[in-house]
Design a binder for this molecule. Sequence first.
Ligand SMILES: Nc1ncnc2c1ncn2[C@@H]1O[C@H](COP(=O)(O)OP(=O)(O)OP(=O)(O)O)[C@@H](O)[C@H]1O
Length: 744
Amino acid sequence: MSVRVVARIRPLLEKELDKDIIVHAASTEDGKPSTLVKIPSPKNGAEEFTFAFNSVYDQQTSQEELFTAEVAPHLKSLFQGLDITLFAYGVTGTGKTHTMRGGMKLAERGVIPRLLSGVFRRSKKITKDTDGATSVSVALSYYEIYNDKVFDLLEAPEKRTPAGLPLREANGKTHVVGLSERPCEDLKDFEKLYIESNLNRVTASTKLNAHSSRSHAILRVKVTQVTEEGVLESIASAIDLAGSEDNRRTDNGKERLVESAAINKSLFVLSQCVDAISRGDRRIPFRESKMTRILSLGQNNGITVMILNLAPLRSYHLDTLSSLNVSSRAKRIEVREIENEIVYKQVPRTNSGNVSGVARQPLRPLVNAHNIHAGAVAAKEKEKEKEKEKPATDKPVKLFNVYTDRSKPVVPAKPTIAMTSPTGFRPANTTVKRAAVPVLKRSETESGIARPSKITRPSYTSLPMPSKPAQPSVPAEPAQPAISADLIEAMVEKKVAEILASREAASRSQEALVQPQPEISDAVQKRLDALERRIEDGRHDDSKSEGLRFLLMARQHKERGEDASALKMYEMALPYFPGQVKLLAKMERLKLKLAAKAQGKDSGIDIGHESGSSTVSRKKKVHRQTESEDCDASEADDDEEDYSRNRKKTKKAKALKLDLPLDDTPLTPHMQELLDIINSKDLSAIMGLQGFGPKKARDLVDYLAVAREEEDGTITSLAQLRAIPGMGGRAVERAYEGLVADRA
Ligand SMILES: Nc1ncnc2c1ncn2[C@@H]1O[C@H](COP(=O)(O)OP(=O)(O)OP(=O)(O)O)[C@@H](O)[C@H]1O
């Protein structure tokens, strides 16, 4: 199914009543609903352009009419397991926020509050219709992309780190690492949360809109349905994009101009993505902005509705034409209508029954348990506590989080048991393509061999809790599905205390800090980056990846400045990497930092590797150290795919090991090819070179554009290439070796 694109023309605002209207809704035939937008040519007023959409809503269209026609029909699909993406697109001041959020009065409520109202109403109905056999829970995440950085809107702005939250690709989706998620019991709960978090969003007054959104805001509504048989999760995303603006018309000051440049750039990338997809290009520039990476138009599954907001005024003429052009091409984008899979609950499994010997991981509580409103979930917790007291045989112990909506080869469709079950989620629907091979998946899972990592993959929302952190090789015991936030805290405290006690001697030992153990240390950071992908591929060693999860969590906490929790996570990772020097050093630094904090000092502490150095030099040293750590953390944002690809090439090239002559004239065909790739300034091509990650590639392209502007950014020899900052050392040789190895 293609992206559904509808246009909405806003009415004139009070101050615009005397202005000229040039945008009109029209229909193909009298009496039929409008599907056309008509606008005069800017060059010749007598000539008219017509753009066709799935629907067009004129100035009189109410909020309710729009919701009823465009969003309400998809609620059913959401509960059938399809993800839904709704986004408002248009020039600044055309009514995107009005459409998505709307006003406070009931009639003025926009798509988002109505969507939530519909979700809660449907949840209640399902629970009622199934006599409580199906329970539905709703959880929200809300974040903004401001100046191409991602910030959690559910967290107070003071908690923001300047770099924002990193993104990571896993399972064909882009995830925001460290994003919080809050359970939402009812509409009141939602409204409170939504109103509060909208105050965290960056808006400002511009000449074109008194309350202009300076960021793209993304609300993610996760609907989880639980029955006796399994769990079905689906997500509705509602996106209020910031509006493009012509800065010749805005009189924006410096700060607004910077924002505007970021907004316009991301929207420009979006339009390039739309163009590339509609042209059928192989390379879609999704990765050139965070917004397009997250939106992943045409790569996402489910249902996508794009609402094009238009102002009818002549003053918006060129901007309106440009957004009409982009949107009408977006209609051609195909979205795979694939349901998320049901996550089956399993029959309780004993260790002896686990023939494959693969250690199952326990169900984990939410990572953001600290974010959960105690009041809102107290009742639920009580209920869960009661359930825990039931005999183990009453309830399957584990849920297998194996849902995926990745496109897969569709085998001759055979509905799964649960899909046709009376308490199940959805009868077979012939119009919807099934996610592939559910039957096979089930049998794989039952064999205990298939992709165990997916079961408890953190998805950035789950707190890893090893049942036996001190003995990582022992298969984890089945976890109880309900653990209260207090209980988690208590367990964490207990385990940390245990681990701290057992590790005290080692962590204090300076010897341990200086004795190199290279076989693990350098791999940890990169493995951390690669973890998500490898978990999906099922290539990891269970106990190690468990430890890596803790490291990942630790780093997320550390990035947020939550040193105490970061230390806890490192402590929990330690049993998986016994004696790991780098890890021990990190823990030691954190401990010292925390101790200094507790004594009211600042964080300028030496970790004490070297004795006898002056305080000043020690502080400098620590500063450098912190910088290098920050650098590590920022690299987490790099695409793991690039990493693994480069790593593969490194292996290949190592075997090859070529001596690239310093004097590179005349150029060999391979040398020329290398320069051609560099000179193409095509990020994806450059990233294909060995040793070139996204950052390095981008830096190179930027350098060529600026520093070698006069030569048209062209490099003609390897010597010139070597002279570019960042290309020294072995960089050029490695790229060359990789290229030769590839062509060999
Ligand atoms: N359908 C509508 N009915 C009544 N008023 C509307 C409608 N659409 C927009 N408005 C009004 O137009 C003004 C601009 O709308 P809004 O702030 O939603 O624009 P926007 O596209 O989100 O702008 P920006 O991109 O700058 O955030 C607001 O005062 C809003 O109330």
